[in-house]
Design a protein around this ligand. Structure first.
Ligand SMILES: Nc1ncnc2c1ncn2[C@@H]1O[C@H](COP(=O)(O)OP(=O)(O)OP(=O)(O)O)[C@@H](O)[C@H]1O
Ligand SMILES: [Mg+2]
Length: 308
């Protein structure tokens, strides 16, 4: 077994008395794509900042590429690519110059940085914007530039904090494809998201975090198998009847979840559950059968939705 790239043991980050990260333990293997999935305030970005060696831990131990960030911050940072949650591009500089300056900051030779910058503009589909001002880019273009910039030093580990938040569906798919290719080339990816589809697409393995703690860990498929049924039937009865309809649905499927706008019935076969709903003379306004997702896992574990 190759040595893990990241080892976190009982990792804690406190702000005064409040534990934003409250004792989490995990390992990331080389070449793995590892996800942190959780709602707002779960402690994802706080964890990423500790991994990125820009925020010190309060207690526990942490090793990045075999080094302790408390002692080897610069050595660790030189081997990481970091995409923070908020773009922090240099808006004074033009698009290509952002990449050049960042590359020079890592002490890379000028000619090498220039060649790499052009490759990355291509990668981020920003070649035709090379001379544009950063401020004139759209939100999604800025995001792509931030990701390109994070790759300038050919990092062994890429940290991505909500990489696709704010991107349109097409841009998200392009980015997923790019990240997939990096993974194929052996780059270790650590990403946070509150999009379950993104976690399912990109993460080999993930931890579900809530309130600074790990609620579950595994591959997307194994988490779904372990914590949810095969299918889900979603029925809507309208805001008036939604709460009362739940009583009439009791016993259908394995489990039932009442949300403000709909009721979720967890069952091996959603169609059979729907047939039973109809047999009982209940007439939902809409019904939908779908496969279980990570959203259902999160709902089961915490009683809340990922996106509130
Ligand atoms: N510098 C800080 N000072 C005080 N509290 C902080 C600080 N940074 C984060 N927190 C708190 O720590 C908790 C976790 O924040 P964090 O940014 O890690 O969450 P997150 O999982 O990234 O959420 P989101 O999905 O909204 O980005 C929150 O309650 C937040 O208010
Ligand atoms: Mg965050």
């Amino acid at each position: 077994m190759p040595a893990p790239v990241i080892v976190a043991t009982d990792l804690v980050k406190k702000y005064k008395d409040f534990a934003a990260v409250d004792g989490i333990t995990f390992e990331v293997a080389p070449g793995e794509s590892f996800g942190l999935l959780g709602p707002n305030g779960a402690g994802k970005s706080t964890t990423m900042r500790m991994i990125g060696a820009v925020s010190t831990r309060s207690s526990g131990s942490l090793s990045i590429l075999g080094l302790d960030p408390n002692e080897h911050g610069p050595a660790i940072r030189s081997q990481l690519g970091v995409v923070p949650q908020q773009d922090n591009l240099d808006t004074e500089l033009r698009v290509r110059d952002n990449l050049l300056v960042y590359g020079r900051y890592f002490g890379l030779p000028r000619a090498q940085v220039a060649a790499r910058a052009d490759e990355l503009l291509e990668f981020a589909q920003l070649s035709d914007r090379a001379k544009a001002k950063v401020d004139d880019l759209s939100g999604g273009m800025k995001r792509r530039l931030t990701i390109a910039r994070a790759l300038i030093n050919e990092p062994r580990v890429l940290l991505l904090d909500e990489p696709t938040t704010g991107l349109d569906p097409q841009a998200r798919h392009i980015l997923w494809d790019r990240l997939y290719r990096l993974r194929e080339q052996g780059t270790t990816l650590v990403l946070t998201t509150h999009y379950m589809d993104e976690a399912e697409q990109l993460a080999d393995r993930l931890i579900v975090v809530d309130k600074g703690r790990i609620m579950a860990e595994g591959s997307p498929a194994s988490l779904i198998r372990e914590h949810s049924s095969r299918e889900v039937l979603e029925v809507r009865f309208g805001s008036e009847r939604n709460a009362t309809a739940a009583a009439d649905l009791a016993g259908i499927g394995d489990r039932l979840e009442v949300l403000p706008d709909r009721i979720l019935l967890y069952a091996h076969s959603g169609e059979e559950a729907l047939a039973e709903v109809t047999r009982r003379g209940l007439e939902p306004i809409t019904s939908l059968v779908r496969r279980s997702s990570l959203e259902d896992v999160f709902l089961k574990l915490t009683g809340r939705s990922l996106i509130e």
